[in-house]
Ligand binder design. Sequence first.
Ligand SMILES: Nc1nc2c(ncn2[C@@H]2O[C@H](COP(=O)(O)OP(=O)(O)OP(=O)(O)O)[C@@H](O)[C@H]2O)c(=O)[nH]1
Ligand SMILES: [Mg+2]
Length: 300
Amino acid sequence: MSAFHCGTAALVGRPNTGKSSLLNRLLGQKVAIVSPKPQTTRHLVRGILTTPDCQVIFIDSPGYQTRHVNPLNRALNRRASEAAQDADAVLFVVEATRFGGADQAALARLPKDSPIVAVVNKVDLVKSRDALLQLVRKLDDEKRFEAIVPVSARTGKNIPELMRVLGEMLPEQAAIYPSEQLTDQDERFFAAEILREKLFRLLGEELPYRCEVVIDSFREERSGPRGPGLRRIEASIWVERESQKPILVGKGGEKLKRISTAARLDMEKLFSGKVYLGTWVKVKDDWSGDARFLRQLGYG
Ligand SMILES: Nc1nc2c(ncn2[C@@H]2O[C@H](COP(=O)(O)OP(=O)(O)OP(=O)(O)O)[C@@H](O)[C@H]2O)c(=O)[nH]1
Ligand SMILES: [Mg+2]
């Protein structure tokens, strides 16, 4: 019988390459938020996958970016670097349709001695085999990768091959977590993430970047004879200007209601129970440039 492998694997790369989608596909369940907009991920999200051969603790990270650099962006880049630094293996995720300067900048930030797999995601979008081969060759020229694995988070193509390659790169040791455990982060964390995903999906191009979610209270009522307990969640959505508030709230509160309802339904699915979600919109001038406020939010 071959030895069991267990360790951490960081998902890194420039924004929007599909790191979070890939984590969800690998786990077979949605834990990381996803949107068509770049810079959706702001927190390190941990997802645990146990197979008969290995246990991988995946760490999804914010896309490394060089544009619009403010204190928030710098904190996010730091987080991505830390995730790579601390991991046993790195999954460097690029899009199958391009490998450019932004990818190279992200690659240059990775620790010199980490084992790295280049994950070429979104192969479902590739029209010609030649174009894909060319991209793989370009990656190979970097001479940084233990392996180059084309996959699709959308269709699931080649995910077992990625797991096979990755498992062998992790240290030989027993599992750290019970095999059924999906994450070690709490429901409060995921509640904030789910609400932030809805802001990214249901607001325009700019406003999501001006929003931050803070869970002010999370209480689980005991289950009783009338059924399982209700989770009572109160959340603040911070925006940067008074003028952004009415856009987020919408006419007659309609927009905020849509956002809150979508978030509540997703929370109920993930937590397998009823949720009451109260949301308040608050203003903190230019919060994404305010180092003190960022520290309070945990951006360190
Ligand atoms: N066609 C296709 N689209 C994908 C695939 N994987 C992800 N996407 C889409 O790419 C977009 C970005 O996906 P995310 O998973 O949020 O990307 P990310 O790398 O986590 O982005 P950041 O957190 O912003 O760095 C979303 O619209 C996804 O639906 C794939 O395999 N094929
Ligand atoms: Mg992401």
